[in-house]
Design a protein around this ligand. Structure first.
Ligand code: PHE
Length: 466
């Protein structure tokens, strides 16, 4: 390790920013897995797996996570810890310590901006799960299921939610307030305390739901076959690209969220092993979510490929037809809201760390960034109703933000992190930080990072833009 970096680690100005880092390796893994597990796993993965035909898509997705996402996840955490500061600051310090000129911190700006934009609309969708939790507890779902046409009534419930600025605003505000509250207490007192019970709770809930879906519906085998029996005839080029894009989103890479979490990680934890655990847990949750949702869908003869409405329309219809369904629905939407919250806090953290590095107090930084994100989110929620007439290239404000972040900022961020850790940082520096020595595992990781990941990302990136 170069002397300069050594100093940077021991007593660099930035170290103090995150003085109270994760208390243990487990805390870090829970937090990072909590960031990875979110709407991407429970809302998006099942519906895109449904749309793109199941088995073969799932297989490609798994390959993308393992071959491209995982190496970049390792890289991002590594860069965060070695930089030892907020993403933007850390990237600059590190590049300097390797004798590079300033400019690489642009990756940090891009990521912080991307996280900010994602959070603004992510919080709106997360709010839907709160609204549905309200419907489940308050009797809205039960009432809809008792009408003559339950399917139409459930669709009506979803469109009524989207048409109501005040309800959307309430839910979005609650979600952002919870996020700010957690983040303002800092890494150890806020984030760590929240994830310590939420992430295990989330797993328990999900396993319970899968068991219920298996027993109550009698269609567990169909769901297994749908998710794990690949039929490659149905696989399209677009499906491959969607799978790769989703691998990034679901692992939370490319948006400096994992970098910010890595900055608070102690030197004893092995980044490689932790990353495998994080990616493994994330994948497990996506597959379990599929195994909780599809038996219910098949038991009711519903369409797996019904799109973004799958869990808000299709699933409630299905829940209402099955014994114990309302209780399961309540648990499901509570689970979704928690999974979303452990992700939203990771999306706010990079910007807050940045302001802290500029001398802001944590509480003020969390409040100010949270308020700005909230305001932007209001634009997103209005684009479902009052502003639905305003579109750019046929896309509403919400759709535009989703498109730009998923198809431009995420792949670009991932690509740049791969280039930074694979080519800007010296081999010695990354080897030292990973702590695997010059082993085959290290060499394989670096090869994937330098050659396989960038090419994979570049292909998606080019395809999505053209
Ligand atoms: N990984 C989160 C999910 O699957 C979303 C996310 C993306 C969080 C990027 C942080 C950064 O829902």
């Amino acid at each position: 390790m170069s002397a300069r970096v050594e100093t940077l680690h021991a007593a660099g100005p930035a170290r103090r920013e995150t003085a109270a880092g994760w208390s243990s390796r487990t805390a870090f893994i829970l937090a990072a897995a909590g960031s990875a597990v979110g709407l991407g796993n429970v809302w998006k993965f099942p519906y895109i797996a449904g749309e793109y035909g199941g088995g073969a898509f799932v297989l490609v997705y798994l390959a993308c996570v393992a071959l491209i996402g995982l190496p970049i996840l390792v890289a991002e955490i590594l860069v965060g810890r070695r930089g030892g500061a907020s993403p933007i600051h850390g990237l600059r310090l590190l590049a300097r310590s390797e004798g590079h000129r300033d400019g690489w911190q642009l990756i940090g700006w891009l990521g912080v901006l991307g996280a900010f934009l994602i959070l603004s609309f992510y919080s709106v969708v997360a709010g839907w799960s709160l609204a549905y939790l309200g419907h489940a507890v308050g009797g809205g779902l039960a009432a809809a299921s008792r009408t003559a046409e339950p399917a139409a009534a459930m669709e009506g419930l979803f469109s009524a939610l989207l048409a109501s600025p005040s309800l959307l605003l309430l839910c979005h505000t609650l979600m952002m307030a919870a996020t700010v509250l957690v983040v303002s207490h800092g890494v150890r007192q806020g984030l760590e305390r929240a994830v310590r019970w939420m992430v295990p709770g989330l797993f328990a809930l999900l396993i319970g739901l899968v068991a219920w879906a298996g027993v109550a519906t009698g269609h567990f085998g169909d769901a297994l076959a749908f998710l794990f029996r690949p039929s490659f005839g149905a696989l399209t080029g677009e499906a491959v690209l969607v799978a790769l894009g989703h691998a990034f989103f679901t692992l939370s890479v490319g948006m400096t969220a994992m970098m910010a979490y890595g900055a608070a990680l102690n030197r004893r934890t092995s980044i490689g092993a932790a990353s495998v655990a994080i990616a493994g847990l994330d994948t497990l949750v996506a597959l379990l979510a599929g195994l909780a949702i599809f038996p219910v869908v098949f038991a009711n003869g519903l369409e797996p490929g019904s799109g973004p409405g799958l869990i808000f329309v299709t699933l409630p219809i299905a829940f209402s037809q099955i014994p114990g369904g309302l209780i399961a629905a309540t648990l499901f939407f509570a689970f979704l809201a928690m999974a979303a919250l452990t992700s939203t806090i990771s999306l706010l953290e990079p910007a807050v760390q940045f302001l802290e590095g500029r001398g802001w107090g944590r509480r003020g930084a969390a409040l100010a960034t949270g308020a700005a994100v909230w305001l932007l989110g209001v634009g997103s929620l209005l684009s479902f109703n009052l502003w639905s007439g305003y579109t750019v290239m046929g896309r509403s404000f919400f759709e535009l933000l989703d498109f730009v972040t998923a198809n431009v900022l995420l792949p670009l961020g991932g690509l740049l992190v791969a280039v930074y850790a694979g080519r800007v940082l010296s081999r010695d520096a990354v080897c030292d930080e990973l702590g695997l020595g010059d082993s085959p595992a290290f060499r394989l990781w670096r090869f994937m990072l330098r050659y396989v990941s960038p090419v994979g990302v570049a292909v998606v990136f080019a395809h999505n833009l053209l």
